[in-house]
Ligand binder design. Structure first.
Ligand code: OOG
Ligand code: NI
Length: 446
């Protein structure tokens, strides 16, 4: 591909590829995961034909990844937001993993991703981004917080050149080919595993509190934690990975395998592998050791649920994500989901004025699954003093920390539905003001 000018979506697509190449060099098991994912997807497309592409074209699904990164402070999060802003990725959603997890995961999160339909179709790359909460006394004493804050304020994760290019891309709506190449090189390098020796005593002190805290605040740089391909049959993927001798975590997180429509997100991962890391001991010696921090994850995406559908999902998960619970909770057809207003669909007008209902794919994450993924990859439980009051954090606080509008995922899906109804009404020559009608009618229409 030769391009003189890189628009945000081209930067996003190129960055996702560049990160994937880098991560494949750093974590060879990721390359195995990609191979198996490709095999699974090819088999599903062969077996199911067009139906396999109902929740995204095979081109989109093949290129599709989500990344996970972790930062320490609002200042770092704001810099991350500038880098992703250059690629047309905006903060969406608020996730609080401190309570969602029984082990010590002292972070809150958001996801950077494209927000409109055309941009998602071009490349849906998203990055789950977590930030430490050092002021939360359940995890950190006042003394440890003070030292953590000092350490985090002194380090610099992203250089001025990278940030300047990011700002220019965002302001101008892209970069020249030469600037784009430099931006991509610097942005990829910013997420490589650090080679600088890690202060061993500091790292171990934080690790005793939380392995996640140590991974974030115990090292002078940041890194991509994992990069997750999308598969069309995650149960098959799970079995094939185990058959290759790669031990997966115990379960697939999220909804169970059942005969009805896939909703939201199903995820699984393999345990973090030991990676060599250099440490500086308290007496100044530099030694080789290893850390198990980065893991491999894979996911299958389903239909986005409305607030009502989501409430049902949350209740069902508490009951236990079994096929029986699902049968009691959700209708087993897309038409049923639409009729009951549980999931989002767009309405497309074909030749001859026929209206078809198309599912909207879920583009976000699930706090319980995220906690399950974090947790299953921790070797140490860490420590958490539940008698202390937690620090209040919510979406508004997160918006302030990131310094940008934080989008609500439900609003984004609803806007896609509304836009499709306007388009459909326009094509059919119907008054679009009737579109506000209840989802009961949406179902009947298609
Ligand atoms: C993020 C864990 C959550 C997901 O896909 O829900 C996650 C992390 O380990 O930093 O990756
Ligand atoms: Ni993930």
């Amino acid at each position: 591909m030769t391009t003189d000018y890189f628009e945000p979506w081209q930067l996003r697509a190129a960055f996702a590829r560049s990160l994937s190449d880098m991560y494949g060099r750093e974590v060879p098991a990721y390359t195995t995961l990609l191979e198996v994912s490709h095999d699974v997807n090819a088999d599903v497309v062969r077996a199911r034909g067009a139906d396999a592409e109902r929740l995204g074209s095979i081109d989109r699904v093949t290129a599709e990844r989500h990344g996970a990164i972790r930062v320490g402070t609002p200042a770092e999060l704001q810099q991350v937001a500038r880098i992703f802003g250059a690629m047309g990725m905006h903060p969406v959603g608020f996730y609080d993993l401190r309570d969602a997890s029984s082990s010590s995961v002292p972070v809150i999160s958001t996801a950077f991703r494209p927000i409109d339909r055309a941009e998602l179709a071009r490349n849906p790359f998203r990055v789950f981004t977590s930030m430490l909460v050092p002021s939360d006394r359940r995890f950190f004493s006042a003394d440890l917080q003070a030292r953590l804050d000092t350490f985090l304020t002194r380090r610099s994760l992203f250089g001025p050149e990278l940030l300047a290019l990011a700002d220019r891309a965002e302001a101008d709506g892209g970069l020249s080919a030469a600037d784009a190449a430099e931006f991509l090189r610097l942005a990829t390098a910013a997420f490589e595993l650090g080679r600088e020796p890690v202060d061993q005593a500091w790292y171990r002190e934080l690790e005793a509190v939380s392995a996640v805290a140590a991974d974030i605040g115990g090292v002078p740089s940041t890194h991509i934690n994992h990069l997750t391909p999308r598969v069309l049959d995650i149960d098959d993927l799970y079995a094939r990975m185990e058959a290759r001798g790669i031990t997966m975590i115990d379960a697939i997180q999220g909804p169970p395998l059942w005969e009805g429509p896939d909703v939201l997100l199903r995820q699984t991962s393999f345990r973090a592998l030991a990676e060599p890391r250099t440490f500086r001991t308290p007496d100044g010696e530099v030694v080789q050791d290893s850390l198990r921090v980065r893991f491999g994850e894979v996911e299958a995406r389903g239909i986005a649920l409305t607030r009502e559908g989501r409430a049902r999902y949350d209740a069902a998960v508490v009951e236990g994500a079994t096929p029986d619970v699902w049968r009691r909770t959700f209708p087993d057809t897309e038409a049923g989901l639409a009729r009951q207003g549980l999931a989002y669909f767009t309405y497309e007008v074909g030749d001859g004025g026929t209206v078809t209902r198309e599912p909207i794919v879920y583009e976000d994450f699930l706090p319980r699954s995220a906690a399950g993924i974090f947790q299953s990859n921790l070797t140490e439980e860490g420590s958490k003093d539940a008698s202390q009051a937690g620090e209040e954090r919510d979406a508004d606080w997160m918006a302030g920390a990131v310094g940008r509008e934080l989008f609500d995922p439900f609003d984004l899906y609803a806007a896609q539905v509304a836009a499709s109804r306007d388009r459909a009404a326009h094509r059919l020559g119907v008054d679009p003001t009737h579109r506000e009608n209840s989802s009961t009618q949406q179902g009947a229409q298609a």
